[in-house]
Design a protein around this ligand. Structure first.
Ligand code: SIN
Length: 427
């Protein structure tokens, strides 16, 4: 690609560090451009549109192709009887290994329950008790209480994505799919003024173009594809962090990449996205064992298999090294077929598709890259260090996760800070 010839069609300029690309051949205008279409991006879009803003959502593949769809375990919030935001705060701070921003965590846990209820109001259906209608809650690593709401058993992200995509379509929000974002546009004062993007389509908006907007929200997800084995989909290539760096925004905590302890082991040559075996399986009572059936998490941590994720992942790696093994096992045969089918249909199907039947045999598992705890640094309103540029969800670093994200806090973070960003933009 060659360098832009002259100013982009928007009248705003791309930074000197911009990618080499042809000048935009088309342009469109909005009040807000949201880049990415997971829980964070679509929630910002919906809330801004509800407040009367003209919103355009651009996304690299299809609207439902991001990481949100793959989230299994659920969304954490102090919704259960006897649970409080304070207890959720304590668990989050411990998992974050002393490096969380406590104000950000307090915001997350305090606003979380309301944000989940508003998500339900948007159309997401969580698993609930048939008699009482109460949302069913499970446990995951690092949580001292059952506070993880789930949907479709282990298809929480898919349900959230379905509900949000349907709401975005119903609201008539402008969307541009198959659009790789290139660079941030800035006005003369250095304020964000839109983005350039490359659309691989065949319609009116094809090739390199520009969306001009007063506010730009990065919600591009993570960067798991940097690693050879990851739970992240193919689209998780760190585009948002790269754009932000080129635009001069500060990033922080990029070294804190979380490895999920239990990813289905598909052999030493397996590469790219690997099937996740949710922590919720351990939350419901599955055991981690070595090839001799020894539960090696016992005695290592008071929560054993439900210790924070970094501790479990490290213990698995240590045991693998000690035993010269390529993986460990997750044993949940005692669930029986009915529970597997009802509670974990997605994982059951994925295992069976790879020739493993968790009903009759332990599942081979090993850690793989899962989540970028750091990212584009933001304040509590999602503002980055570049005026007019916001970041939300996995691409952002709000300070909530510290060195290690507490299980199922990511969907919640996307939701809570998306609402805050929308409020800031439309105030
Ligand atoms: C899982 O279901 O184990 C993943 C949940 C998360 O990443 O928080």
């Amino acid at each position: 690609m060659s360098r832009p010839t002259g100013r982009p069609a928007t009248g705003a300029t791309a930074p000197a560090t911009a990618l080499r690309a042809p000048a935009p051949g088309w342009a469109t205008e909005a009040d807000v451009v949201v880049v990415g279409s997971g829980v964070a991006g679509l929630t910002v879009a919906l809330r801004c549109a509800a407040a009367g803003a003209k919103v355009t959502v651009v996304t690299k593949a299809r609207l439902d192709d991001g990481s949100t769809r793959w989230a299994q375990g659920g969304i954490a919030a102090a919704l259960g009887e006897g649970d409080t935001p304070g207890q959720h705060l304590d668990d989050t701070l411990v998992a974050g290994a002393g490096l969380c921003d406590e104000r950000a965590v307090r915001t997350l846990v305090t606003e979380g329950p309301g944000a989940v209820r508003r998500l339900i109001g948007t159309g997401a259906r969580f698993d609930a008790d048939e008699d009482t209608g109460e949302i069913l809650l499970t446990r995951e690593g690092g949580h001292h209480r059952s506070r993880i709401a789930h949907a479709g058993g282990d298809a929480t992200g898919a349900e959230i994505s379905r509900a949000l995509v349907a709401a975005v379509r119903a609201a008539g929000i402008d969307t541009v799919e198959n659009a790789l974002v290139l660079d941030l546009l800035k006005d003369g004062s250095g304020r964000a003024a839109g983005v350039t993007l490359h659309v691989m389509g065949e319609g009116r908006r094809d090739g390199v173009g520009a969306v001009r907007a007063d506010a730009v929200v990065l919600a591009t997800g993570g960067m798991g594809q940097i690693f050879s084995a990851t739970t992240n989909p193919a689209v998780s290539t760190g585009d948002g962090v790269a754009l932000a760096l080129r635009a001069g925004a500060e990033v922080s905590d990029l070294e804190f990449v979380q490895f999920h302890p239990t990813v289905l082991w598909l052999g030493p040559e397996a590469q790219g996205q690997q099937p996740l075996v949710s922590e919720a399986v351990r939350g419901e009572g599955a055991h981690l064992v070595d090839a001799d059936g020894v539960r090696f998490m016992r005695g290592r941590h008071e929560l054993a298999e439900l210790a924070p994720r970094d501790i479990v992942a490290k213990a698995i790696m240590r045991r693998m090294r000690e035993r010269g093994a390529e993986h460990m096992y997750l044993d949940a045969r005692h669930f029986g077929a009915p529970m597997w089918e009802r509670r974990f249909p997605t994982i059951l199907a994925a295992c069976r598709a790879h020739g493993i039947d968790p009903v009759t045999e332990p599942i081979p598992v090993a850690p793989a890259a899962h989540y970028a705890s750091g990212g584009v640094r933001t304040d509590l309103r999602g503002r980055t260090t570049v005026p007019g540029l916001y970041a939300c969800g996995e691409v952002a670093c709000t300070g909530v996760h510290g060195a290690n994200r507490l299980a199922s806090n990511s969907l919640l973070e996307g939701l809570v800070f998306a609402e805050r960003i929308a409020e800031d933009i439309t105030a």
